[in-house]
Design a protein around this ligand. Structure first.
Ligand code: ACO
Length: 430
C-alpha cells in the first residue's frame, strides 16, 4: 500500500514522518496510525469529514464531479442497463456475473425469500401502530435467534449464507412490517416473480384478489433499489462496520445499520422531504420556506437538499427525477402538486446564491418519495425501502471488512473537555 510518499508533522521539536498512500481514484490519504505511539497526540475530526476509516474496493464517489461508481461502473449505466440483483452480485463479488453466474445467484436468493414461520408470531408481538422501520430494526436483529446456523463469522460458508439470507428476506420483512401496520394478512413470497415484482406483490396483494405486477412499476421499483444499493462509508455503513468490528453477528450488524439509517439526516430524509413538500403545498409558498432554510436562527432545512460528499450534483437524483416523470406519466398523474412544488423548489433554490455558495443540490431523496407515493406507498414505508435496498451495500462492506487481515475493533479517541480528577463528595455534604 505504501507509495514512497510521506508528510512530515512537526510536533514541538520532533518531526514525525507519516506515509501517504495514493488510491486508484480520489485524494491521497495520510496514514496517521503511528501518530499516538510516536507523537503522543490524537487527531480531532468530529463527523469524520477528513478521515478514511478503511480501505475499500467497492464504491467510489467523486463529490465534485457528481460521480458514483460501483466497482468502477457508473451508477447511471447500472440504473439504465443492469438490474438490482445483478448489481448485488457486482457489489458482493467484485465483477459483473456471466449469464450462468447470474442465474445461479438469482436462484440462490430466490430460494431464501421465505421467513421462518415462527417469525410471524414475532411480528404479531409489535404494537399495532408500530412504525415499519421500528419493526424492521427488531425483526432483523431477531434473525440471529431464528438463523443461528449462519452467525459464525469465522466460517466463510456461514458468512455467505447469512449474506444471501439477508438480501433475500429483506423484501419479505419490509412488506410484512407494512402489512402488519395496515392490518392486512401477510402475503408470502412468490418465487416465479422477480425481486422487485415480488416485493410489490407482497406489499399490495390481498388473498381475496388476484394481483398483477405492472412491469413498468416493477422496473421503477428495481431502479429505486439499484440507486440506493451502496454509497461507500456513509453513517449507516460505518455503523455496520463499527458494530462488526467487535465480531458481532451479521444480523445484529445490519440491524444497527437500519437503526442509523432511520435518522432524518440520512435515510429518513425521503419521508421528511415528502412531508415538507406536503407542508409547502403550493408553489406560491416556496419563498417563505426558502427564507426559513436560509435563516440561521431557524432549524428548518430543505429536506432532500445537500449532501456530505456531493458538492455539484447527486447523480442518483438525476435518474430519480427521470423515473418520477415516467412513473407519474404511466399512472396518468400529470398534475401531482408535490411534483410541481418539488420542481419549482429545485429551480428557485438552485438560482439562489445561498444554496449555490454552500453547494447544496437535490439529493437522491428529493424525488424518490414522489415516486414511492405515486406507487401507493405511505411515507412510513420510504425508509424501510431504503433499508431493503442498502442491505446489499452493508453486507458487501461487512464481508470486505472481515476479509481484511488488518481489520481491528473500531475505537475512536476523544478530545476530553470534562472535569479533571476530583474526590467524591457524600450526598449530605453537597
Ligand atoms: N437546507 C438549508 N441549509 C443547509 C442544508 C439544507 N438542506 N444542508 C446544509 N445546509 C447548510 C448548513 O446550515 C450549513 O450552513 P453554515 O455553514 O452557514 O452553518 C452548511 O449548509 C453546511 O451544512 P452541514 O450540516 O455542515 O453539512 P453536512 O455535510 O454535515 O450535512 C446533510 C449534510 C446532513 C445531508 C445536510 O445537507 C442536511 O441536513 N440535508 C437535509 C437532510 C437530507 O436531505 N439528508 C439526506 C442525505 S442523502 C442520504 O442520506 C441518502
Amino acid at each position: 500500500m505504501a507509495d514512497n510518499k510521506s508528510a512530515t508533522l512537526r510536533l514541538g521539536d520532533k518531526d514525525i514522518d507519516l506515509p501517504i498512500y495514493s488510491p486508484t481514484a480520489g485524494p491521497d490519504v495520510v496514514d496517521i496510525r503511528k501518530l499516538y505511539a510516536e507523537g503522543g497526540v490524537f487527531t480531532y475530526d468530529p463527523g469524520f469529514t477528513s478521515t478514511a476509516s478503511c480501505d475499500s474496493t467497492i464504491t467510489f464517489i467523486d463529490g465534485d464531479k457528481g460521480e458514483l461508481l460501483h466497482r468502477g461502473y457508473p451508477i447511471d449505466q447500472l440504473a439504465g442497463k443492469s438490474h438490482y440483483l445483478e448489481v448485488c452480485y457486482l457489489l458482493l463479488y467484485g465483477e459483473l456475473p456471466t449469464g450462468a453466474e447470474l442465474e445461479d445467484f438469482e436462484a440462490r436468493v430466490t430460494g431464501h425469500t421465505m421467513l421462518h414461520e415462527q417469525m410471524t408470531f414475532f411480528f404479531r408481538g409489535f404494537r399495532r401502530d408500530a412504525h415499519p422501520m421500528a419493526i424492521m430494526v427488531g425483526v432483523v436483529g431477531a434473525m440471529s435467534a431464528f438463523y443461528h446456523d449462519s452467525t459464525d463469522i469465522a466460517d466463510p460458508w456461514q458468512r455467505e449464507v447469512a449474506s444471501i439470507r439477508l438480501i433475500a428476506k429483506m423484501p419479505t420483512i419490509a412488506a410484512w412490517a407494512y402489512k402488519f401496520w395496515i392490518g392486512q394478512p401477510f402475503i408470502y413470497p412468490r418465487n416465479d416473480l422477480d425481486y422487485a415484482g415480488n416485493f410489490l406483490r407482497m406489499c399490495f396483494a390481498v388473498p381475496a384478489e388476484e394481483y398483477e405486477v405492472n412491469p413498468i412499476l416493477s422496473r421503477a421499483m428495481d431502479r429505486i433499489f439499484t440507486l440506493h444499493a451502496d454509497h461507500e462509508q456513509n453513517a449507516s455503513t460505518s455503523t455496520v462496520r463499527l458494530a462488526s468490528s467487535s465480531g458481532a453477528n451479521p444480523f445484529a450488524c445490519i440491524a444497527a445499520g437500519i437503526a442509523c439509517l432511520w435518522g432524518p439526516a440520512h435515510g429518513g430524509a425521503n419521508q421528511a422531504c415528502l412531508e415538507m413538500l406536503e407542508e409547502i403545498g403550493t408553489v406560491d409558498r416556496i419563498p417563505e420556506f426558502i427564507a426559513r432554510a436560509k435563516d440561521r436562527d431557524d432549524p428548518f432545512r430543505l429536506m432532500g437538499f445537500g449532501h456530505r460528499v456531493y458538492k455539484n450534483f447527486d447523480p442518483r437524483a438525476t435518474v430519480m427525477k427521470q423515473s418520477a416523470d415516467e412513473v407519474l406519466d404511466l399512472l396518468g398523474i400529470d398534475d401531482n402538486p408535490k411534483l410541481q412544488v418539488a420542481k419549482e423548489l429545485e429551480k428557485v433554490a438552485l438560482a439562489d446564491p445561498y444554496f449555490a455558495e454552500k453547494k447544496l443540490f437535490p439529493n437522491v431523496d428529493f424525488y424518490s418519495g414522489i415516486i414511492l407515493e405515486a406507487m401507493g406507498f405511505p411515507t412510513s414505508m420510504f425508509t424501510p425501502i431504503f433499508a431493503l435496498s442498502r442491505t446489499v451495500g452493508w453486507i458487501s462492506q461487512w464481508k470486505e471488512q472481515l476479509d481484511d487481515p488488518e481489520h481491528k475493533i473500531g475505537r475512536p479517541r476523544q478530545l476530553y473537555q470534562g472535569a479533571t480528577l476530583r474526590d467524591y463528595v457524600d450526598v449530605e455534604d453537597r
